[in-house]
Design a protein around this ligand. Sequence first.
Ligand code: C2E
Ligand code: CA
Ligand code: CA
Ligand code: CA
Length: 279
Amino acid sequence: AKEKGKNSYQFFTTEINAAAAEHLALENRLRKAIAQGEFQLYYQPIMDMESGAIVSVEALIRWVNPELGLINPDKFIPLAEETGLIIPIGEWVLQTACAQAKIWNQENTYPLRIAINLSARQFQQIDFLERILEILKKTDLLPNRLELELTESMIMDNMEASLETLNALKKMGCQISLDDFGTGYSSLAYLKRFPIDTVKIDHSFVRDISTDPDDAAITTAVTTMAHSLRRKVVAEGVETREQLEFLDNIGVNGVQGYFISYPAPAENFTRLLQERHYI
Ligand code: C2E
Ligand code: CA
Ligand code: CA
Ligand code: CA
């Protein structure tokens, strides 16, 4: 029995070492990816329920590595956060997405906002506001075309500093969205204190909305409460007509998901946005 215990212990440490080695290899690849320009932005439109127009487009990062192929953000954003690499990556995202938004806004008669996901470390940088201002200036994008997506935990981590940063962003004219709503602290009470324009209901609630009465109730309650606090509501992960109809009935302001459009490179939207603007 002793022998067996020792073996499984060795097996266990080998596994840990393998995981650590893999982790380190990925970190090195991620470091190189920045230098070698292996990131791409995909874009996904957000449709206004009342008009049917695309009012905003969310930028979603992809990593295309020659050996590993296409890697989704859930696979590398946590590592980028941990290592601090999220700072240069996030900077590239802001710069690239704002430049694209400028192009779209020049080509279209209708204004279009670009929604950008922030990471905790990025939002907490001391010169975060200056970075935003500099990028807006460099890309010549109006601040009211920029929508920043944050999660509850990012705000709750340091409420005082967050409040100050968010107030400054609002004063500049930027829009603020609360991402993944329902998955974190899930308290709407603090909405009152923070200048949040839009609450994005997480797709885990939207998924079973037409079959699970609990998810339907949560989504309805969140929408009602957000509206009574004069906040807009966008539902994520809308994949079916049934979901869209339910969300329309409860009065959400915007929808985003595969039913409207898959995320895709900018070229795929340029024509759509120019010619139809309406999906
Ligand atoms: P998120 O901000 O909640 O983005 C929505 C995710 O849902 C995206 O996954 C999108 O592709 C996916 N999605 C869109 N429509 C549907 C649908 O109808 N059904 C389902 N099942 N999924 C849908 P993606 O692109 O893999 O991004 C995952 C997460 O990575 C994002 O979640 C966001 O938190 C983070 N992320 C993406 N881009 C960036 C970035 O530039 N910076 C930072 N810091 N985080 C990013
Ligand atoms: Ca988001
Ligand atoms: Ca989300
Ligand atoms: Ca997310």
